[in-house]
Design a protein around this ligand. Structure first.
Ligand code: ADP
Length: 205
């Protein structure tokens, strides 16, 4: 199963993606986490990545596309994966389309978690206290939101147009458990029908 989570920072993409990944036993690919992990190596490239992340700017498409194209080919992605934080630009979305096509893979669902800016700002302020992420500062949140509307919102529009049937906009302003159980219900139903279709097709051969 291949799922993509879209939405502004602080919408709850990571929290939902983690729970679903566990339930379906597929990897949760958070590009933010992958990048933060890479920062443990200190070199010229990671210095630049850190600078971009800390200031709320995006890291280059070239770096992100290379991370994802390598990651989705690994063995643990054989039964699918969840993308959280990627694609974040139209270039990345087009690159991903190409990668999926090359590997004969199809997206099952795209979830856009929608949430008001004021809630995003207050959630990230709370997270800043708990997780102490440098990019959760007041100024950086504004840059991240700005980049979201400028670069990532067009990705949502692109997917909505292209994959209307599997594109779901979800209200992110609800309890974590509530949202999670709605998503799981939807995905289990989807999975059930996929199995039925598969059985019908294989018995017809
Ligand atoms: P959030 O979703 O809360 O903004 P993430 O942990 O997903 O945080 O990402 C943190 C930072 O990592 C982003 O602000 C950006 O600098 C960088 N990043 C993550 N994913 C991408 C991506 N697909 N393209 C460019 N930069 C990215």
């Amino acid at each position: 199963m291949i799922l993509i989570f879209l939405g502004p920072p602080g919408a709850g993409k990571g929290t939902q993606a983690k729970c679903i990944a566990k339930e379906f036993n597929i990897p949760h690919l958070s590009t933010g986490d992958i990048l933060r992990f890479q920062l443990e190596n200190n070199n010229e490239q990671t210095k630049q990545i850190k600078k971009n992340m800390d200031s709320g700017q995006l890291v280059t498409d070239e770096i992100l596309n290379s991370i994802i194209s390598n990651r989705i080919c690994q063995k643990d992605c054989n039964n699918g994966f969840i993308l959280d934080g990627y694609p974040r630009t139209i270039n990345q979305a087009i690159f991903l389309e190409d990668q999926l096509k090359k590997n004969s893979l199809n997206i099952d669902y795209i979830f856009e978690i929608s949430i008001e800016d004021t809630i995003v700002i207050s959630r990230i302020n709370n997270r800043a206290v708990i997780e102490k992420r440098v990019d959760d500062s007041d100024v950086t949140i504004k840059t991240r939101l700005f980049k979201y509307y400028e670069d990532t919102k067009p990705v949502s529009n692109f997917y909505q147009k292209k994959y209307g049937l599997i594109y779901k906009t979800i209200d992110g302003n609800q309890k974590i458990e509530e949202l999670n159980s709605k998503l799981l219900k939807l995905l289990k139903k989807h999975w059930f029908w996929l199995i039925i279709i598969y059985l019908l097709l294989t018995s017809a051969l």
